[in-house]
Design a protein around this ligand. Structure first.
Ligand code: TXD
Length: 319
């Protein structure tokens, strides 16, 4: 059986880490793409030169021409710019929206059967625009945010309780950003919901609220430390988990920004919800019941995403 082909559109910090992880996990042959000529070629060659030492088999190539992604099974999109001092959110949105238009056209032409994972910020609006620009089936285009946000929540909880990260599950819904909705009722340690752990005296409500806030601010905490960029190891690992579930038809239950057609009362928008990812892309969206507080938080988050989509339509009326 021929190897799968993984196209990484954007070969910056996350793109390079994605290539390294995809190689180490032998997910397939890897094409790094970027407009910055030399970067994808250089990173591809560097990682390929680690393969004899690590003992993995994968061809890694770099390109600045979309024809190189032809026939890709998975495309992971990180192309774009990150916010720099003095830039408004709208500036970032405008620039990255143009990038999504180019990327969408490239995918439509050369990899129309791919499973597409968008990472570029502002995530929920960019994945929505990318699906429209590419014209790919909505179940084959998803955004990565929930796996990362949940992973951050899981880490902080495991540290708080001094238990293995493996035994902590977490549930984070809504848009990626300040309004994300970590759900304590559906997050567990060894199957015990956090709300029960509060009753059992493992953690106070106040302390849990602090951990939830740290999760919401997870991206900003890293930016504050790095100063020159944003997180890339954990975002790359998260997208690889999604790609692997698709390629191996694992049917993992993963929170992703998925296209909603009425679920949770939301239509034609991408918002973070629990999904099942398998060979059919997003095979199912899981709808859970909210209590009043959760519903309010989710609606607030959806409103923030809707605002971003409206800003996109103002810039690109064809959307
Ligand atoms: O949870 C999440 N979704 C995120 C999102 C978590 C962390 C970071 N997140 C966002 O991912 C971040 O705000 C950025 O929008 C993306 C990529 O982050 P990364 O850290 O990898 O950014 P880099 O290092 O700046 O890389 C971006 C690359 C860079 O090499 C540019 O030359 C390239 O994108 N680029 C392009 N490639 C192809 N085509 C076009 N038009 C293009 N424009 C820039």
């Amino acid at each position: 059986m021929a190897r799968n082909k993984i196209a990484l559109i954007g070969s910056g910090m996350i793109g390079g880490t994605l290539a390294h992880l995809a190689g180490l996990k032998e997910l397939g042959d890897i094409v790094l793409f970027d407009i910055a000529d030399g970067i994808p070629q250089g990173k591809g060659l560097d990682i390929a030169q680690s393969s004899p030492v690590e003992g993995f088999n994968a061809n890694l190539t770099g390109a600045s021409d979309y024809s190189a992604i032809e026939g890709a099974d998975v495309c992971i999109v990180t192309a774009g710019v990150a916010r720099k001092p003095g830039m408004s959110r709208d500036d970032l949105l405008g620039i990255n929206l143009k990038v999504m238009e180019q990327v969408g056209a490239g995918i439509k032409k050369y990899a129309p059967n791919a499973f597409v994972i968008c990472i570029t910020n502002p995530l929920d609006a960019m994945v929505w625009a990318l699906q429209k620009f590419s014209g790919l089936p909505k179940n084959m285009v998803v955004g990565m945010a929930g796996v990362l946000d949940s992973s951050r929540f899981r880490l902080f909880l495991s540290q708080e309780f001094n238990v293995s990260v493996q035994d902590v599950t977490a549930f984070v819904l809504g848009g990626h950003g300040d309004t994300m909705v970590p759900l304590a009722r559906y997050s567990t340690v060894g199957g015990i919901p956090l709300t029960d752990l509060v009753k059992m005296g493992w953690v106070t409500k106040e302390r849990l609220e602090e951990i939830i806030q740290r999760t919401r601010d997870g991206g900003a905490e890293i930016v504050g430390l790095l100063k020159t960029g944003s997180a890339y190891y954990a975002p790359a690992a998260s997208a690889i988990e999604m790609a692997e579930s698709f390629l191996k038809d694992k049917k993992r239950v993963l929170p992703c920004a998925a296209h909603l057609t009425g679920q949770y009362g939301v239509k034609d928008m991408y918002v973070g919800v629990p999904t099942i990812i398998g060979a059919g892309g997003v095979e199912r969206i899981i709808e859970v019941e909210f209590n009043k507080a959760e519903q309010d938080a989710f609606e607030k988050s959806v409103a923030a995403v809707a605002g971003l989509c409206e800003a996109c339509i103002t810039i690109a009326p064809s959307l």
